[in-house]
Design a protein. Sequence first.
Lengths: 328, 243
Amino acid sequence: MKVSANIFVISLIFLTLFNILVSLSIGPVHIPLNQIVSNIVLYSLHHDTNWTISTILFYIRLPRIVLAVIIGMILGVSGLITQTIFKNPLGDPYLTGVSSGAAVGAAIGFLVSPFLVPVLAFIFAMVAVGISFLISRSDGEVNTEMLILAGVSVSFLFSAVASYIIYLKIYNLRGVLFWLLGGLYGATWSDDFYLFATLLFIFPLIIYFRRELDIMLMGDEQAKSLGVDTGKVKTITLISSSLVTSIAVSIVGIIGFIGLVSPHIGRKLVGESHRFLVFVSPLIGANILLVADTIARSTPQGEIPVGIVTAFIGSPVLIYLLYRRRKM
Amino acid sequence: MIEIDGLTVRYGKKVAIENLTLRVKDGEHLILMGPNGSGKTTLLKALLGTVNFEGEIKLNGRETKSLSRRELAREIAYVPQIFSTPYTFTVREFVSMGLYSLTREWWKEDARIDEALDKVKISELRDKTINNLSGGELQKSIIARSLVQGSSYILMDEPTAHLDIKSVMEVLDVISNFRDKGTIIVSHDLNALNKLGGSVLLLKNGRAVFRGDKTDPLFKEKISETFDTRISEIADFLYFPLT
């Protein structure tokens, strides 16, 4: 078990690198793999390179590819935390109200000034999450059953507000819809930098709590009797995952399915132990988003929102996994 | 020594345990009996600190409310009723969870895990996954997990429920060999009572109605009173002449 799980982790890292190379070559200008490798080598040695190709590679495609990898990892980790803490296989990182909150913020942003979209999306996502958490506190601890219901209720409310604003006030419907379905267009190295910092915040945290998360799968009562401070673990992991998801959403919009599907695929590969899942789930998320984004930016119709592609990929995968489980 | 004084537990307006006082000595086996809803499981929950209560519970002189979860886990282990599980942890990984309160580097404690598996006689299940265990095997794995916890007390909720006869005999055999651990066992199983020895606490409507040895003449009277059944009826029900 342990050996094969390690092999999966290493294979996924190589798969990610392979997908990065493939994705670098695909686009309106096709760049063959050997040219990519020689460009990277020459560029890193400060030699002269083909200026056009270097610009495409290092300022257009690579920042976007890195963004896809980081966002995929963030969604993969957050989805895993949500599913484990809620013990709900349908958990996704948006469950606590992140997506609908962000939608309200974005809608107001489109109304006021497009530059404010990320900031307002983040603020409103945190407001929605905050309300859900406040409603679901009991005895100084997050009540997860309440939190699901609170998240759903808050989501309905915020979705209604967002729809109201969009329906009555916004004429650039295509722009809003594109944002709502998520897109990695316009990615810059500074986006990558911020999100990488975010990933550096959540990743060590979940690695630290991996043992607690395993034990909490046995249920709260058993976990407590084994010495796990379940209240602390729930509060810290859920608030952190909501926070990083909100940051991710504020930059790339609401990309669905990755947080939901990645942990499921991970469990199929390495089992439930978080010792491996904390690495496998984010790597799967990274690969799915990378492939989906490569497809999204190279359709014959031009760029389409990546959320459409992730749903097209994620939904059959999920149905297949559920079907396999039923047969077991 | 477990010292419980004036313990009262309420669920909303309902009083589940009322003003209970109890002492359990080190190494003592105490069997909790009583009708459904008499407060047995609630008493276990109060000891585990998973339910709010009034009054005082002290473990070896320290009040449980002042202990962290980790500290409490080092004093009291818990064997819940068996549950079905979809998870594919191996028995070794599952048992290792009992080491949580003691160390983060559990994989270095293989010897302890092996010792516990040996004590409950399931060494051969070490690498089997818990979703593939029979009820008896899972129950013994849970007991092994409580053993590696290294606590002075183990609480058990219906350890023989839902098990076949052979598994019941094996589980009772394992429990009756606990020499150095105090145990509080919730059980409806009068056979278990007979096999395990130790004293009995009868609960009814959240109050203690009897505490003592099962050979005490008062026990028969109290048990028929508690369950509202004549002792002859219980005896008739229990006897199953095989020979």
